[in-house]
Design a protein around this ligand. Structure first.
Ligand SMILES: CC(C)(COP(=O)(O)OP(=O)(O)OC[C@H]1O[C@@H](n2cnc3c(N)ncnc32)[C@H](O)[C@@H]1OP(=O)(O)O)[C@@H](O)C(=O)NCCC(=O)NCCS
Length: 181
């Protein structure tokens, strides 16, 4: 399995991955979100990676630009959303590889922190830890019962603990329906 940056020619296959992975109810909304983010200038710099197996796209991950409001020192942050792996390719390490290769790219690009709202049993396997208790507020309030789903991964030492604030995401993601876990 290879991981590479996506191209314009991958757009339809990426849409299909999200539609299938998230299912009939949620899939079309997530696919539309991805398309919207590709065209959203406030999401840039954006990192879009695909997993390719035997010439077929089986997974996709998107990292988009975000801003930490209220931080007194400049900090470079990204948001991981969404991530999807085709049902038939799940539980084979594809999701993990997409996350880890993405984090490697972002580290090299000088990014400090990566945030995600996601499954609290899944992302900690890749080094994510609860973000709310560290002083990072999500763009929309996360109910206490889901607090553990709002997570951060530090790509550089010494940033966590030194900065706090509210995360401002790209315009297309800045809708309450995208912040319900
Ligand atoms: C979540 C998802 C991206 C994981 O991708 P994947 O390639 O199957 O994951 P990996 O192979 O890296 O990891 C598999 C492990 O994660 C676990 N896992 C998968 N989804 C999980 C979830 N929602 N919560 C907790 N653990 C999960 C599997 O049980 C498996 O555990 P094991 O290693 O102990 O057997 C994939 O299942 C998917 O596309 N799901 C539908 C869309 C979705 O929910 N996206 C994430 C939004 S936050």
């Amino acid at each position: 399995m290879d991981i590479r940056k996506s191209t314009e020619a991958d757009r339809v296959a990426i849409e299909k991955i999200h539609t299938k992975a998230f299912g009939e109810e949620k899939g079309p909304e997530i696919a539309a979100l991805v398309n919207g983010l590709f065209d959203d200038t406030t999401a840039t710099p954006l990192l879009s990676l695909v997993a390719v197996e035997k010439d077929q796209l089986v997974g996709h991950i998107l990292y988009t630009k975000a801003v930490l409001k209220g931080a007194d020192t400049p900090v470079s942050i990204r948001l991981l959303a969404p991530l999807a792996v085709l049902p038939e390719a799940q539980a084979q390490g594809v999701g993990r590889k997409l996350i880890e290769e993405g984090l490697d790219h972002l580290r090299e690009a000088g990014v400090d922190l990566v945030f995600v709202l996601g499954h609290p049993d899944y992302y900690p396997r890749c080094g994510f830890i609860p973000a709310g208790v560290l002083g990072f507020e999500a763009p929309y309030p996360i109910p206490d019962v889901h607090a553990a789903a709002w997570m951060v991964h530090a790509l550089r030492e010494g940033v966590i603990g030194r900065v706090k604030g509210k995360i401002q995401c790209a315009d297309v993601l800045d809708q309450p329906q995208h912040w319900r876990e």
